[in-house]
Write a protein that binds this ligand. Structure first.
Ligand code: SF4
Length: 275
């Protein structure tokens, strides 16, 4: 999942970023080796942002970054959380996060779980149960690839808000996700589940020149017809993009025009990263 902040909030984001620390440590191989030996269970956690006022609407929260993703969106700015050779994780990351959350009880009220793709983690249910037991509200980011896990977590009452990426129109989905020939059925099932309204949710698209057009976004908006909210996030070059070649950002004016073009299909369309 890609986090973007509005221009007005860049300074605030910078300040908050200074409070961020990566949980550095052994590489993923060591983590998996310890898992294999039965010495380790739990989540593969690659980072913790200790404070965010942006990632979980209406909540004072922290953000937990999980390692690994099944997509390869060329515009992804979280390459260190996606590419196996670059993923770092603390073998004791879950314990570290839970200890932090225990200390922040009464100070923070939410935890945003992002990645990578958090639903890749087979132990996510057990982890969210522990977070919930500490009294936190939980927001989950997902690319929609794991509908069964999503449904189970929501039905278990372990998720308060879901943010699901809509990569592009159905025809361009695989290309935009960096997975040629992608089977869209699981993503469609996640979409349909969220549209049932069992949990608070938002759909969002990082809009990238070179991948998106007015037509493709219109088709994407039609594909989520019935949704209450749709967020268009302006692409920003973080300096560590997966495959930047041929990609760029739409101007603020172009972003407003794109939002206007899809408003007939979704009642609330909002821009992120645009002044
Ligand atoms: S879904 Fe795409 S943007 Fe999100 S973490 Fe995976 S590769 Fe990056």
């Amino acid at each position: 999942m890609v986090k973007l902040v509005t221009g007005r909030l860049n300074f605030l984001y910078l300040v908050i970023s200074l409070l961020t620390f990566p949980i550095s440590g052994a590489m993923i191989a060591e983590h998996e080796a310890r898992r294999g030996e039965g010495r380790l269970t739990g989540m593969l956690i690659s980072g913790l942002q200790k404070l965010t006022l942006l990632d979980f609407p209406g909540k004072v929260a922290c953000t937990v970054f999980t390692g690994g993703c099944n997509f390869r969106c060329p515009f992804c700015h979280n390459a260190p959380l996606v590419l196996p050779e670059r993923i770092e994780s603390d073998p004791d990351g879950e314990a570290t996060v839970l200890a932090f959350l225990k200390k922040r009880q009464g100070i923070l009220d939410g935890v945003a779980i992002t990645g990578g793709e958090p639903l890749l983690q087979k132990d996510i249910g057990a982890f969210l149960e522990k977070v919930r037991a500490l009294g936190y509200r939980i927001k989950l980011d997902t690319n929609g690839s794991f509908p069964q896990r999503l449904e189970e977590l929501v039905k278990a009452g372990l998720v308060d808000r879901v943010a699901m990426d809509i990569k592009n129109s159905p025809a361009l989905y695989g290309k935009t996700a960096g997975v040629p020939g992608l089977d869209l059925a699981p993503v469609q099932r996640s979409r349909d589940f969220l549209l049932e309204g069992r949990v608070e949710y938002e759909f969002r698209t990082t809009v990238v020149k070179g991948l998106h057009t007015r037509e493709s976004l219109t088709e994407a908006a039609q594909w989520i017809a019935g949704a209450k909210e749709y967020y268009l996030q302006q692409f920003k070059d973080s300096g560590d993009i997966l495959h930047l070649e041929g990609l760029g950002a739409f101007t603020n004016e172009e972003m407003h025009a794109l939002a206007d073009a899809i408003r007939p299909y979704v009642p609330v369309v909002q821009l992120r990263g645009v002044d």
